[in-house]
Write a protein that binds this ligand. Structure first.
Ligand code: SF4
Ligand code: SF4
Length: 258
């Protein structure tokens, strides 16, 4: 089955393969459709999106999740997934859009950065490397395609600050597409709760790590342990290792010799 047929049905017909890696597009406050794309979205957030947004808004993770997101259960993977909650008005606009554009632009989610490109990723069945395929998502409301600026896909991802996001989101994809989750034995309720805590509620995960015997049990260097107190990125790196260890029994953490 072609990759575009695995995309959500609502956008399948709008996807065009990016065969030569080039596309023509520009978005700026002068386009007549400015911010028209920031509404009525099913915008999936990754842990790194959440980290960046909550930091931008100076909120703790729980407050951010409560105010700006909704959790929906993914039956296929038996995992809770987090979506940005649109406002409950007739236009269902994004809570961060304003007449001047995106209020969280510097820390906007990866999905907003890559638009109007769509990326399909899958894991190589043998080498477990991430395989990427790009498409142009041509929506009728978007007049950015009429602008005469051409982009090569690598230039676009760099311009939109996607490299850092891709690095983190590929690690996350390795967890949510793990073969163990498709093996027919769904995660227990306790494992799902741990997945939510470590993946999305980073500040609570910090409390769990620092307030339990975690650091006495697992072989984490003093330097790493110190960084966990202030650095959300260090904590997120540990949370991904913890999820692979606790959910998939992988040797991503070692117990200390007793
Ligand atoms: S619809 Fe397209 S051109 Fe208009 S603001 Fe959104 S991305 Fe830019
Ligand atoms: S986060 Fe910013 S760019 Fe993304 S939909 Fe909301 S307003 Fe638009």
């Amino acid at each position: 089955m072609p990759t575009e047929q695995t995309a959500p049905e609502a956008i399948q017909e709008k996807l065009e393969p990016l065969s030569d890696g080039m596309f023509c597009f520009a978005c700026h406050p002068g386009v007549p459709c400015f911010t028209e794309c920031c509404r009525d979205l099913k915008l999936l957030l990754t842990p790194y999106d959440i980290l960046r947004l909550k930091t931008h808004l100076r909120l703790d993770a729980r407050t951010f999740l409560d105010h700006y997101t909704e959790s929906r259960f993914d039956e296929l993977r038996s995992l809770p997934m987090i979506y940005l909650k649109m406002l409950d008005d007739s236009r269902k606009v994004c809570p961060f859009v304003s007449a001047d554009g995106c209020r969280v632009y510097a820390d906007r989610p990866a999905a907003c950065r890559i638009y109007p490109i769509a990326k399909a990723t899958r894991l190589h069945p043998v080498h477990h490397t991430v395989l990427e395929e790009y498409f142009v998502l041509r929506e009728s409301h978007c007049q950015g395609f009429e602008q005469k600026r051409s982009w090569e896909i690598g230039e676009w991802t760099k311009d939109q600050g996607l490299e850092r996001y891709d690095e983190w989101n590929n690690l996350w994809m390795g967890i949510i597409t793990h073969p163990r989750l498709r093996s027919g034995s769904p995660l227990s309720t306790k494992q799902q709760q741990m997945f939510f805590l470590a993946g999305y509620n980073l500040d609570k995960f910090r409390e769990f790590v620092l307030g339990s015997r975690f650091l006495a049990i697992f072989d984490v260097t003093d330097e790493e342990a110190e960084a966990l107190r202030d650095s959300d990125e260090s904590l997120l790196r540990l949370s991904f290792r913890w999820l692979r260890f606790s959910l998939f029994k992988e040797p991503t953490l070692k117990m200390k010799a007793q």
